[in-house]
Each structure stands twice: as structure tokens, then as C-alpha cells.
Design a protein around this ligand. Structure first.
Ligand SMILES: NC(=O)c1ccc[n+]([C@@H]2O[C@H](COP(=O)([O-])OP(=O)(O)OC[C@H]3O[C@@H](n4cnc5c(N)ncnc54)[C@H](OP(=O)(O)O)[C@@H]3O)[C@@H](O)[C@H]2O)c1
Length: 266
């Protein structure tokens, strides 16, 4: 059995990928807090310091790099600071460390998980993801890069936080194409089988919704009735939101509505 090492294997996406790979691969996970499943190899480490990185890549055929630190995702809402800085130690410094170690260990496939729309990064966090892609694409290790649109769990978390406001101003016409981590994990498993091929096709959810439609479905499923008033979206924001969709790419099957009805409120 080939060993697939995964960073971010404890995250929303990583857990789904681990579940898919377990029957057919030896799966190794780099994490700050190892779990207890004895069928997995746990490496305690931290990408911000490099602890555990050599052990993670040693003897691995494929390394899936899905660890990230997004302050917005952690909080579930934007803070003004997010528009001028985002800590680079996991997404850029950690990626460099992994690439160097993977090249030294002769890993055959470095698969980097990225985000649709990072070519014209609108926020510092997205710039970090773009920089990481650039590092991967010139590294001395065979690679693939695969980008996805916004995950369902994160849209759910953001709407949950936003609707705590007494009245919600919403640029309702903005497009979103939320995707499920189970669908995307299946695509990643296919990318692992295909080996290192460079940039892969972008991956998005089955439908492009307006933010207004996404919120309406969310309120219905969560039994909420927060008052919303629509605000016009500035042109730049419309461009950013559109860049973060990929209607012409590969699409998952699980819709936002399906996901909401199979996931209780956070
Ligand atoms: N969320 C989205 O909407 C979205 C959309 C498109 C693409 N993506 C990309 O998909 C990937 C997975 O995202 P996700 O939403 O599943 O992430 P997530 O649930 O927020 O999980 C983050 C993961 O990163 C790991 N991590 C964070 N800091 C670390 C550190 N210092 N050292 C080692 N590991 C660290 C965490 O592991 P431990 O806490 O166990 O250490 C955890 O497994 C990321 O590359 C992300 O950019 C996300």
C-alpha cells in the first residue's frame, strides 16, 4: 500500500479525504493534536515551526497539502485587519518547508489544495494561497494544484455569524458557488490516482446562486427570519465574487439545500 501523507487531515476537507483513502492506502496525518484512530499514522507537528515535517514526508508516495490558517474561516466573519494582513507562517512558510522536505525525500506527487480565484487575489489570505501555488509550481518535486470554491461549512458559519446582527445589510446579487467537502474529497482522491499533472481543473458546487438565494435557503433550513436589506455591490466586489466561482469547471453533486438539510446548525 502506498503511503499518502496529509497536512490538514483533521480539517473539514481532510477528514473526508482520510475516510476515502483509509481502505486503500496507508494514511499519515501531520497535526498539532494527534487523534487516536490506530489505523492512521499520526505525526505530531506544526507547520509554523517545521516540527514533524521530515517524519511526515519520509517514505510517502504522495503528500496532500491541505493545511491552512485562515483567520476569516476561524472566526466566521471579516475583520478590518483581514484586508491588510494575514499570517503567512502556515500557508507560505509551512508550504516552503514541506516542499523542501518532500523534494529531499523524493516524494512522487505533491498535491496542493488551493482556492478558485487566487489569480487576482483580493485579500491578503488569498495572496498567500497564490504565493504558495507559485512556490509549488517551481519546486523540485512533481506536483499538482487543485482549486475549489467556497465550502458549505464556511458559508454556513459566515451566515450564522452575520445573522446575529439585528438587521443584515446584504449585497444579495453577488454570486456564490458553494461546494461540499465530500464531493471535493472524491475529486482529490481521483487526483491522487492520476499522479502529478500540474494545474488541475477547478472544482465547484453544482449551482451558482446569488447570495440572496443562499441566505433564503439558509434561513428556511435553520428556522430563522432575520431582516435583510439588500445593498448594491460595488463593481470591484462583484468582480471578486465572480472570480471565486467556476461555472465552467468540474462540479460536485451535493447542493446547498441538500447540505443544509443534512447538517444541523453549528
Ligand atoms: N474553507 C473553504 O471554503 C475552502 C475553499 C476552497 C479551498 N479551501 C482550501 O482547502 C484546504 C482545507 O480547508 P478546510 O476548510 O478543510 O480547513 P480547516 O477545516 O480550517 O482545517 C485546517 C487544517 O489545517 C491544519 N493546520 C492549521 N494550522 C496548522 C499548523 N500550524 N500546523 C499543521 N497543521 C495546521 C489543521 O490541523 P490541526 O488543527 O489538527 O493541527 C486543520 O487540519 C485549505 O487548503 C483551504 O485553503 C478551503
Amino acid at each position: 500500500m502506498d503511503t499518502v501523507a496529509i497536512t490538514g487531515g483533521t480539517g473539514h476537507l481532510g477528514r473526508e479525504l482520510v475516510r476515502l483513502l483509509k481502505p486503500t492506502h496507508q494514511v499519515r496525518i501531520l497535526t498539532r493534536r494527534p487523534g487516536t484512530d490506530p489505523e492512521l499514522e499520526w505525526v505530531q507537528g506544526d507547520l509554523t515551526t517545521g516540527q514533524g515535517v521530515p517524519e511526515t514526508v519520509a517514505g510517502a508516495h504522495t503528500l496532500v497539502h491541505a493545511a491552512t490558517f485562515s483567520p476569516v474561516a476561524q472566526r466566521g466573519f471579516m475583520h478590518p485587519v483581514d484586508f491588510w494582513r494575514s499570517p503567512p507562517d502556515v500557508d507560505v512558510d509551512g508550504t516552503s518547508r514541506l516542499l523542501e522536505a518532500a523534494a529531499a525525500a523524493e516524494v512522487r506527487h505533491f498535491l496542493y489544495v488551493s482556492i478558485v480565484g487566487v489569480d487576482r487575489p483580493a485579500m491578503p489570505y488569498l495572496r498567500l494561497k497564490h504565493t504558495a501555488e507559485e512556490l509549488v509550481s517551481v519546486a523540485d518535486v512533481p506536483w499538482s494544484i487543485v482549486r475549489a470554491t467556497l465550502f458549505h461549512w464556511l458559508l454556513d458559519r459566515m451566515l450564522n455569524r452575520a445573522t446575529r446582527l439585528p438587521v443584515l445589510p446584504l449585497p444579495g446579487a453577488l454570486p456564490v458557488q458553494p461546494v461540499d467537502t465530500r464531493d471535493f474529497a472524491e475529486y482529490l482522491a481521483e487526483c491522487i490516482r492520476n499522479g502529478a499533472v500540474g494545474r488541475r481543473e477547478d472544482y465547484g458546487g453544482p449551482e451558482v446562486l446569488t447570495l440572496r438565494e443562499a441566505l433564503r435557503a439558509w434561513q428556511r433550513a435553520r428556522g430563522r427570519d432575520r431582516r435583510v436589506f439588500n445593498v448594491p455591490a460595488p463593481k470591484r466586489l462583484r468582480r471578486i465574487a465572480t472570480d471565486m466561482t467556476c461555472p465552467g469547471g468540474r462540479r460536485g453533486k451535493i447542493t446547498w439545500d441538500d447540505w443544509l438539510h443534512s447538517h444541523p446548525a453549528e
